[in-house]
Design a protein around this ligand. Structure first.
Ligand code: ZN
Ligand code: ZN
Length: 310
């Protein structure tokens, strides 16, 4: 998985073009200005779509750490796709590869080997990872609707963009006291929110393997960080997660803030999701003994049902 020497892939023009256009779009704030309506739209779309990445793309599609119905599975896939981080199968396949080879030369984004820039964003923009990896993805590939959204992953973000422009022009006409417009809603609700979402998510691949403290000896560089947990709705407990990726909750204790976990508990209470998997007692025993005790890395990388399905 070396970060060098890959010939430029033509599809990368679209990927990089969209990525940098969204970043450059943030500068539009100079012309569209500020309104509280646009600001709170930006915040809400950050939080809701971060949930789509952490609870759907990561905890559900990558790790199958809880179960749901087929329609809600598609809803989760659609929500995750609005974050413009490609499709659920692409995302989950690369992420499963990361757990298999964490912080080795085989890993896609080990900051300790290929540097922080590569781990954060270099790999995303490279020509190496354009297509969806199919190995070990049978459990998701068997759903035609997931294959569809994986292929047409740009549809949900494009619809969101159109919705923001539509709502913005409607508000400009019907509620001028809100001081917003189509352009302002697009800049704040799409460009700024999506850019923050990119870098919040990417911090887990880069900084969560660099800053913070390990609780478990996982054989990789994963760390636990409260700050990263705040930014990512609970993903900052990355060392916990690398120790037991089959668990839906990543904050293993009540004081480890894990917003995605709390929301999933609420969704479970109303029956939309079920079988939220927890770390077993032996992991809590191990947590007490501290990080000095050597344990094999990722020995529970996938839950048993998931292993059988894949
Ligand atoms: Zn990791
Ligand atoms: Zn993971």
């Amino acid at each position: 998985m070396s970060p060098s020497g890959q010939p430029f892939h033509p599809m990368n023009l679209i990927k990089q073009g969209a990525f940098w256009a969204i970043h450059l779009g943030c500068l539009g704030v100079i012309w569209v200005g500020f309104s509280w309506t646009a600001f709170w739209t930006c915040v809400a779309l950050y939080v809701v779509r971060m949930f789509g990445i952490t609870a759907a793309y990561h905890r559900y599609f990558s790790h199958r750490s809880y179960e749901t119905s087929r329609p809600f599975q598609f809803a989760l896939a659609t929500l995750g796709a609005t974050a413009a981080q490609k499709g659920p199968i692409w995302w989950a396949a690369h992420h499963r590869h990361h757990h298999k080879h964490s912080d080795t030369e085989e890993d896609i984004h080990p900051p300790g080997i290929y540097g922080l820039w590569w781990a954060h964003v270099g790999w995303v923009l490279s020509s190496q990872f354009i297509s969806t990896r199919m190995e070990g993805m049978k459990d998701l590939l068997r759903f035609p609707e997931l294959r569809w959204i994986d292929k047409y992953h740009m549809v949900p973000p494009a619809l969101l963009l159109a919705l923001l422009a539509g709502v913005g022009s409607l508000l400009a006409a019907q509620a001028p006291e809100l001081h917003t417009s189509a352009a302002q809603m697009v800049v704040w609700g799409f460009c700024i929110s999506t850019t923050l979402l990119y870098h919040g998510t990417f911090c887990i691949n880069s900084l969560a393997h660099v800053i913070g403290r390990p609780r478990f000896k996982t054989g990789d560089d994963s760390k636990n960080s409260f700050l990263l947990a705040v930014i990512t709705l609970g993903e900052g407990w990355h060392n916990n997660h690398h120790r037991y990726p089959g668990s839906e909750r990543q904050g293993f204790y009540w004081w480890e803030l894990d917003i995605s976990h709390y929301v999933l508990k609420c969704l479970a209470a109303v029956g939309l999701v079920w079988n939220l998997r927890e770390p077993p007692a032996r992991i809590y025993e191990e947590a007490k003994s501290g990080p000095l005790e050597t344990k094999p890395a990722n020995d529970d990388a996938r839950n048993p049902d998931f292993r059988a399905a894949a």
